[in-house]
Write a protein that binds this ligand. Structure first.
Ligand code: FAD
Length: 406
């Protein structure tokens, strides 16, 4: 008979919650289905682990419940967060607003979490796949499966934290996760999609593959603007990628009738662009189109945009009609790509969907089963790139622990 608290899932929110609970004097057991805790953390931020951001707020998250989210985020201010990492021995540094371990290595964050877990004597059981939770607040029973397939159970847990993550990432056993546990508790699990992923497009992009360019990208659905972002766009042979594309995939619920519009020259108003083009046109009439654009646009991009505008690249400038020139301006400012598929969950950094925030309290307690706490990516809150998802996971841990210890 255990009298402690069970934390299911050794990801960011589970490890942090276990540490905070143990620091508050609670007896904790951390159950993880993989052979090691924190595996996903090593992949974050391209191996650098963007833990948070100096600019924080609900606007960086996709959620229907911004007020509840604000309540949760308030448990983890930047001071609280820095104090948390510092207590673990990790120094943090800022790069363009993003917060990273001083070493710039995700392994550092994981090492510091693991060392603290050991130091606090937290019992960690890996390769323990939790399948069901029974009972009530004060006496929960956990049913789990071990690597040899043997099913076991343990009861007497005062509270259970479900920190099982979403569907994104690299799991060996993706057919089941914490959602099956919460479904049995009559929680809603909203169907979603992979997010912060590359997008496959219908257009033939072979000619432009490999180009990276600063651009503004907007997502339209049935011609209604859904969201925009600016940053380095990557053009691949079968679609588009890069941080601004990733950000918009959080809103790409329906591929049908969706379109991305790229502004390749976001720093220039359309009228100014036309003016520059006309001036250059007058000054360089005898040049070839390729020469006309040299020193201004990347060559591959020039050729691609000319093709899309129906202009032959080997033409001389004066052979281009005003109509064609205007078409070219339009392609430079409103180049459209039709999404046909999102990258899969293995490529995704996060998943849209999950348990609505309306089904937990401001301290992450299930409103269906008191004593159960749900954190992090299991919830239907999707942060932007830039440290917002790890920050949300940590904020949930703080909120849940505050709810438990009062
Ligand atoms: C490639 C990649 C890069 C990313 N980069 C960043 C970044 O730089 N910054 C950022 O803010 N976010 C980043 N993210 C997102 C971020 O990692 C997640 O949002 C965050 O880790 C979610 O934390 P979590 O605790 O909710 O879940 P997770 O970290 O996913 O942890 C869940 C844990 O629960 C375990 N588990 C699940 N079900 C069970 C079960 N039934 N029994 C036992 N254990 C179970 C899993 O094995 C896992 O270890 C990235 C994600 C990926 C995939």
């Amino acid at each position: 008979m255990s009298a402690g608290i069970a934390v299911i899932g050794g990801g960011m929110s589970g490890m942090a919650a276990a540490i905070l609970l143990a620091q508050a004097g609670k007896q904790v057991v951390l159950l993880e289905r993989q052979e090691r805790i924190g595996k996903k953390l090593l992949l974050t931020g391209n191996g650098r682990c963007n833990i948070s951001n100096t600019v924080m707020g609900t606007s960086f998250y996709r959620t229907e419940y911004p007020e509840k989210l604000a309540e949760i985020l308030a448990y983890c201010t930047s001071e609280t967060e820095l104090a948390f990492w510092n207590r673990l021995g990790m120094e943090v540094r800022e790069i363009k607003g993003g917060l990273y371990p001083m070493t710039n290595q995700a392994a550092t964050a994981l090492d510091c979490l693991r060392f603290r877990i050991e130091e606090l004597g937290i019992e960690v059981r890996t390769e323990t796949y939790v399948e069901q939770i029974r009972g009530n607040k004060g006496n929960f029973r956990i049913l789990y499966r071990q690597p040899d397939g043997a099913r076991q159970s343990e009861d007497g847990f005062a509270a259970v934290l479900l920190c099982c993550g979403g569907l994104a990432g690299v799991y060996k056993e993706r057919e089941q996760n914490g959602y099956l546990i919460t479904k049995e508790m009559h929680h809603t699990v909203r169907k979603g999609h992979p997010a912060l992923v590359p997008v496959t497009c219908a257009e033939d992009m072979k000619a432009i593959a490999g180009v990276r360019v600063q651009a503004k990208i907007s997502l339209f659905c049935r011609e209604k603007l859904i969201a925009s972002d600016e940053g380095e766009l990557q053009l691949n042979k079968d679609g588009i990628s890069g941080i601004p594309v990733f950000q918009l995939t959080r809103y790409l619920d329906d591929l049908k009738d969706a379109v991305f519009e790229v502004d390749f020259l976001p720093y220039l108003e359309e009228a100014s662009l036309s003016e520059i083009l006309y001036k250059r046109y007058d000054a360089m009439r005898e040049r070839s189109l390729e020469q006309f654009f040299a020193g201004w646009l990347q060559r591959k991009l020039t050729l691609y945009l000319l093709k899309r505008s129906g202009i032959k690249a080997d033409k001389c400038v004066e052979a281009v009609s005003l109509k064609q020139l205007n078409r070219l301006v339009s392609e430079m400012k409103h180049c459209r790509f039709t999404p046909t598929a999102l990258g899969d969950y293995r490529q995704a950094q996060v998943s849209v969907g999950g348990i609505p925030l309306s089904e937990v309290s401001g301290t992450m307690e299930s409103l269906k089963i008191p004593g159960i706490y749900i954190t992090g990516e299991m919830l239907d809150v999707t942060g932007a790139c830039g440290g917002y998802n790890l920050h949300f996971a940590l904020a949930c841990a703080f909120a849940a622990v505050s709810g438990i210890i009062g």
